[in-house]
Structure formats: C-alpha cells, structure tokens
Design a protein around this ligand. Structure first.
Ligand code: ATP
Ligand code: MG
Length: 286
C-alpha cells in the first residue's frame, strides 16, 4: 500500500503545528505504523522535540548534496524515523527561488522512500513560502491545526486558496485531511464558541478529536521527548493517540471538550462545560 504524506500546515505562528506533527508521529509509531517525521521548518522545533541536533539536515537533501537516507535518523520509538532541520534551511527559501522546478524539490527527495513508511508527516514553517509550497506539492493530504482562540479563522481563507491553487497547478491529488482544533480549554467559553463556529463552517472536515490545552504537551519538548514518552497518561498524549486512531479510521470513543471537562482528574473547578457542546458530525474521515 502506498504511504500517505501529510503536511501539517498553517501560516499562522504558534497554533500547534509542531506539537501535532511530533505527537501524531509518535502516536502512529506506537500504533506500529512505520512513520517518517520530516522537519521542514528552519526553527527545527520538531527536531529538538526529539532531542536531535544534526550536522546534515533536510536542507542538504533539498539542494542535492546528499540523499534523504543520509539525513534520516532513528528515534527512541522503533517505528519512527526523523529527518531533522536546522538554520541552514533559512537560506533554502532564497537559494531555491531561481532553481528549476523549485517547488518539486521535496517530492523528488521523498520519492525513493515514501513507500517505506505508512505515514510521512511534514512539519511546516509559519508561512506560505517556498518551503510550505514544497510540502503541499509533495503531500497527499493537508492537516490544518487551528488554535481555539478568537482569531482562529483569520488567514484560513488564504491557506485554503493556496491549497486550491497547488491542487489546480501542481498536485491534483491534494486533499484536506482535516482541521484540528488545538489548545482547547473547557473552562473557557470562547474556546467552545470557536469549536462551534469552526464545526458549523467546515462540518465533517473538522476532526472529532479536539486537542486540549495540556501542560505536558508544552513540557515534553524540553526533555527531548514526545508526550507519549514523557507522560503517556497525560490528556495531551492521549488526545494525540485518539487523533491517530481517528485517522486510522478506528476511532472508538471521540474525545470532546465535555468529556475532558467531566473527567475525574480534570483540573480543579472544571467539572462541567460552560458552553453547549456540539453534537459530533457523522462520517468524519471515514
Ligand atoms: P510555529 O508557527 O512557530 O512553528 P507551531 O504552530 O508549530 O508554531 P507549536 O510550537 O506546536 O506551534 O506550539 C506553540 C506553543 O504552544 C509551544 O510552546 C507549545 O509547546 C505550546 N502548545 C502547543 N499545543 C499545546 C497544547 N495543546 N497545550 C499546551 N501547550 C501547547
Ligand atoms: Mg512549529
């Protein structure tokens, strides 16, 4: 079966792209799906989240200095490999501008290895520049994390326009895998309102799984680990396992904000949701 390449994209900064790429990759790996995590952001946050600092990086493969196998590293998870990034990649955005087929560099780099993995996840930088364009050209699917806050939908229209353009001109098979609500806070009325609004607009394209705001997810990277290896029982780690299950088409128990708020070990004062919880849409990603 052909491996699926998923680009994690949102040009807005700090919405949970890297946290999603890192923890979804770990969740696929513990579900025994061979997974490749490609760090395509010069900030290299996905690399440091796995404690990786490498001499050779994705940049070297993109400019043809080596092949991707030379820059692929093992991780503490048997089924997960990582292609690290680093500051050199800042230059690629400029250096590749004059290159032939500049938006097809990543797809050619991945061509020889994609079928070795059930999933390849690409962590993108917060822009719609050439690196993200390469990711969209290489990908089968786009996963869009949206932070549950007031300006969540800002910029989404231009992101979706870009996806449409890439689909029309460069990558006809490109589809939206889903919109993922991140950093949801069941005690915050606004968070619930944003969820409601996004589900009204995008219906079945929104994952049933909602990622809660969870301190373990923000602590884990400083230990060089995904949340599953830092605190497997945390709500953060569990919610990404749930997302992986949803993507694998076997979601059994959707996580919703109300379930999180009502669970016995939820934060103090968080015993009931303070907003109406949307019924779950049918047929998401099935
Ligand atoms: P950038 O656009 O800079 O690449 P990003 O979209 O990749 O950012 P992240 O780095 O994943 O976003 O997250 C931004 C910050 O929020 C980080 O400090 C991260 O640890 C924290 N964070 C992300 N998701 C959660 C969550 N569900 N709960 C708590 N903290 C989170
Ligand atoms: Mg990031």
């Amino acid at each position: 079966m052909a491996g699926r390449i998923i680009a994690v994209v949102n040009q807005k900064g700090g919405v949970g792209k890297t946290t999603t790429a890192v923890n979804l990759a770990a969740s696929f790996a513990v579900s025994e799906r061979r997974t490749l995590l490609v760090d395509l952001d010069p900030q290299a946050n996905a690399s440091s989240a796995y404690g990786v600092r490498a001499e050779r990086q994705i940049y070297d493969a993109l400019i043809g200095r080596c092949v991707i196998k030379d820059v692929t590293q093992a991780t503490d998870l048997g089924h997960l490999e990582l292609v690290p990034s680093g500051r050199d990649l800042y230059g690629a955005e400029i250096e590749l501008v004059s290159a032939i087929a500049r938006e097809r560099r990543l797809i050619s780099v991945l061509e020889g290895v994609r079928d070795r993995y059930a999933f390849t996840l690409i962590d993108c930088p917060p822009s719609l520049g050439l690196l993200t364009l390469n990711a969209l050209t290489a990908a089968d699917r786009v996963l869009v994390p949206l932070q549950c806050e007031y300006y969540a939908l800002e910029g989404l229209a231009s992101l979706l326009e870009t996806v449409d353009l890439v689909k029309a001109q460069l990558n006809p098979g490109l589809e939206i895998e889903g919109i993922l609500l991140t950093m949801a806070d069941p005690r915050n009325r606004l968070s619930g309102q944003v969820e409601q609004e996004v589900r009204q607009h995008f219906g079945a394209k929104v994952f049933r799984t909602v990622i809660p705001r969870n301190v373990r997810l923000s602590e884990a990277p400083s230990h060089g680990k995904p949340a599953l290896l830092y605190d497997a029982h945390s709500k953060g780690a569990q919610s990404y396992l749930q997302l992986a299950a949803e993507l694998l088409g076997s979601a059994t128990r959707p996580v919703s904000l109300s379930a999180l708020a009502a669970s016995p070990d939820a934060s103090p004062g968080c015993t009931s949701p303070s907003f109406p919880v949307q019924p779950l849409p049918d047929g998401v990603n099935e």
